[in-house]
Ligand binder design. Structure first.
Ligand SMILES: [Zn+2]
Length: 344
């Protein structure tokens, strides 16, 4: 049964007391997914790792994204950078990309990225970009040619011939770093430094605060990341204000953009929590804490993330204009700079 997004009194209270005064009127969501569960071609998918996603939201289309934003951020005008959901193989890339382009076309101020697999050739990528007007690529670590989705390097899942296409056409790359040390990993940092130098026309967005769910990673990698002029960051699904604050401290708030990670993450009930050098998703179905002394319900991941963004913004003393940049203007400027180059 598909899940309907519904607000409880707890959600309403968090929005009204904490978030309504923080989230600006105009929002550009720099990280959101559209998909159909049918794009996952795994015959055993109902018992696979994405079963919760597919079961709850089998048809994640533009209307559902609009509905999520209307409910979770009432009264906001929202535009988006969207891409397909990176289902593990076998995944129907062609149908997913057609669907993504189709959905994004409903809003001329929004833009779409192409879900890419390392086996795709330069010609494949160029043809799809020309056909659908994609502003860039969304590679994913699940598709690593090494077969190791955890410790793979960037070029294992985004081969250099694909980076070359992005450079030639001046496109965006939405990059979810792999490796246990993520952005602080020596090979990831070396690869980012080399790729940004050799392919200066590519604009990189490092998803999930460069996949730094806790502050130590970004604090360590930050000084080197800050020197990379063609790299931006989205805050999607990061729920620790320390991590968001460390990111803004290191690279400057003007390179950081709000992202929801809908559908599904932002509208699931839970929170990414961290301990040691680990991070994990705590949900109402996945915890064994004694909560009899308090309200035990969970709110949307998006609200936990927005709380963390608010704390970080407060701690840094960001102005209203800087908060508008964070939620909208930086992403709009980035997208329109790529649009101008590609003419799409
Ligand atoms: Zn995502």
């Amino acid at each position: 049964m598909p899940t309907a997004i519904e607000l409880t009194d707890l959600d309403r209270r968090i929005w009204e007391e904490e978030l309504e005064g923080f989230v600006p009127r105009r929002v550009f969501d720099a990280h959101s997914h559209v998909y159909r569960w049918a794009h996952n071609l795994d015959p055993a998918k109902e018992s696979g790792p994405h079963a919760v996603t597919g079961g709850a939201f089998p048809e994640a289309d533009w209307a559902l994204l609009d509905e999520a934003d209307r409910l979770l951020m009432p009264g906001r005008e929202v535009h988006r950078l969207v891409f397909g959901f990176p289902f593990s193989m076998p995944c129907d890339f062609e149908a997913s990309n057609r669907f993504t382009a189709d959905q994004a076309r409903r809003d001329p101020a929004s833009a779409a990225l192409m879900l890419v697999h390392p086996a795709m050739s330069e010609q494949d990528l160029e043809a799809e970009v020309a056909k659908h007007g994609f502003l860039g690529f969304k590679p994913y670590r699940f598709y690593s040619v090494t077969g190791d989705a955890v410790e793979c390097r960037i070029t294992d899942f985004l081969p250099e011939h694909q980076v070359r296409v992005a450079d030639r056409l001046g496109l965006l790359v939405m990059l979810h770093l792999a490796k246990r040390d993520c952005a602080a990993d020596a090979e990831n940092l070396a690869d980012l430094e080399r790729l940004t130098a050799e392919y200066p026309r590519v604009k990189w967005v490092l998803a999930h605060c460069a996949r730094s769910y806790f502050a130590a990673v970004i604090a360590r990698a930050g000084p080197r990341l800050a020197r990379l002029g063609s790299v931006w960051y989205d805050t999607s699904s990061v729920c620790e204000s320390d991590a968001i604050r460390a990111l803004m401290d290191c690279v400057g708030p003007e390179r950081v953009m709000y992202g929801s990670d809908d559908i599904p993450v932002g509208v699931l009930r839970g929170k990414y929590i961290t301990f040691g050098r680990a991070w994990a998703y705590l949900s109402q179905q996945n915890h064994s804490l004694n909560l009899t002394h308090c309200d035990p319900r969970m709110t949307f991941t998006r609200y936990e993330q927005l709380r963390a963004m608010r704390q970080a913004a407060r701690g840094l003393g960001l102005s209203a204009a800087q908060i508008e940049d964070l939620f909208c203007n930086t992403a709009e400027r980035l997208v329109s700079s790529v649009r101008r180059r590609t003419g799409s």
